[in-house]
Each structure stands twice: as structure tokens, then as C-alpha cells.
Ligand binder design. Sequence first.
Ligand SMILES: Nc1ncnc2c1ncn2[C@@H]1O[C@H](COP(=O)(O)OP(=O)(O)OP(=O)(O)O)[C@@H](O)[C@H]1O
Ligand SMILES: [Mg+2]
Length: 118
Amino acid sequence: MLSNLLDNAVKHSGDGAAITVSARRRTDTAEITVADAGAGIPRPDLQRIFTKFFRTERGAAEEGTGLGLFLVRGLVTAMGGRIWVESEEGTGSRFTFELPLAGGEVAEPERVEAAASS
Ligand SMILES: Nc1ncnc2c1ncn2[C@@H]1O[C@H](COP(=O)(O)OP(=O)(O)OP(=O)(O)O)[C@@H](O)[C@H]1O
Ligand SMILES: [Mg+2]
């Protein structure tokens, strides 16, 4: 999911645009964001961006099938999460997905090590 969003940021945002990946833990969820300071997505296209085979006019000039975001959304929702985008043409795009943390807890590092050595 992350690599798909990163691939998009590299491929669709334009040469030299900065890309930022960030992750944060919320109470019951983990939130991961891939933001680029690139071309952005035209406002009328935003509502269709996660649909199968959809590519913007600009995006259609690059290699691709228009399936990436459709699949990412499918995976995220199958895991009980959600994904959304904020974007402005000429400014950049910011894709964020949120996944529920199992039981609202994160495994303790000690327990992870113990499991790995047994
Ligand atoms: N970071 C981005 N900046 C600008 N446009 C984007 C960005 N990410 C996605 N898009 C637009 O959304 C469209 C759909 O993205 P999606 O990942 O589904 O397909 P794709 O990248 O064209 O092809 P594929 O992922 O199947 O190789 C892209 O074609 C592009 O027009
Ligand atoms: Mg893609």
C-alpha cells in the first residue's frame, strides 16, 4: 500500500517534487501519509481517483493502468481502515490511510524479541 502511494508520488508529481512519508499512532489506529509537493490532482478528478482504471489527463501520459489506487483502497478497507486524499493543482497531493491497531494495542518490543528467538 505504501509502495503504491510512493510509486504514484514519484511517477505523477513531476520532476524534483519533494515527497514526505509520515506515520503516527493515534489511540486505536495507525495513520500513514504520503505527501508530495507536485502537480496535484484537478478538483473534478478527486472523487474518482480511487475508482478502477481511472487516470487523470496528466496521469494518462505516464505508464500505468489506473488500478493502483483502486487496489490500495480495496486492501485498506478489507483491513477495516480507510483512505482519503487531499490535493490542490499546482501545490501537491496528500494521501492518508488509517488502519485499526489490533485490539487497540501495539506489541511490546520485548515480546517481539522473545517470539523471534523461540
Ligand atoms: N501523487 C499524485 N499526484 C498526481 N496525480 C496522482 C497522484 N497519485 C495518483 N494520481 C493520479 O491518479 C491516477 C490513478 O492512480 P493509480 O495509482 O490508480 O493508477 P496509475 O498510477 O496510473 O497506474 P498503476 O498504479 O496501475 O500503475 C493516476 O493516473 C494519476 O492521474
Ligand atoms: Mg499508481
